[in-house]
Design a protein around this ligand. Structure first.
Ligand code: CA2
Length: 151
């Protein structure tokens, strides 16, 4: 059984506690449960993480790249939070590992402030998912299964 990594960046541990109009009322623990169901439905095991530290996310991407090279990982769903809009280091980590990655945003970043319109992740990502709320995580995991079926 292949694994999927779901990686969450800074402040996503606050999900469900503030800004429900933008991010909904589900907590990150609810999102983890939703991802567990989606992973199971698509025949994957799940590794779900959140970190407020850029280096932790980079280390996790390196780990994911190694697993993918061994044929043990279907890919990564990454909600890099605000690092999406700032991090050349995350861009380089995705490119450098060659990991299959779906960039995910709970909100439609293109309908928000202009500083959220640019992503350093998108040019290195296989696909981008934004604006489906937390259900986007399940859709992204199903998307990784579809990509695997095409190979
Ligand atoms: O829409 C998304 O998923 C974002 O990646 C979320 C980031 C934001 O910086 C991106 O532009 C879009 C913010 C994550 C912080 O989430 C919070 C949730 C509840 C309360 C406070 C922060």
């Amino acid at each position: 059984m292949k694994k999927v990594y779901v990686l969450n960046g800074p402040n996503l541990n606050l999900l469900g506690t503030r800004e429900p109009a933008v991010y909904g009322s589900k907590t990150l623990d609810d999102v983890k449960k939703l991802c567990q169901l989606a992973a199971k439905a698509n025949g994957f095991s799940l590794d779900f993480r959140q970190s407020n530290h850029e280096g932790d996310l980079i280390d996790a991407l390196h780990e994911a790249g190694r697993l993918q090279a061994q044929g043990k990982l279907a890919g990564v769903v990454l909600n890099a939070g605000a690092y999406t809009h700032t991090s050349v280091a995350l861009h380089d980590a995705i490119k450098g590992t060659g990991v299959t990655l779906i960039e995910l945003h709970i909100s439609n970043v293109h309908a928000r402030e202009s500083f959220r319109h640019h992503s350093y992740i998108s040019p290195a990502a296989k696909a981008v998912m934004a604006g489906f709320g937390v259900q986007g995580y399940a859709l992204a995991i199903a998307g990784l299964a579809q990509l695997g079926d095409k190979k």
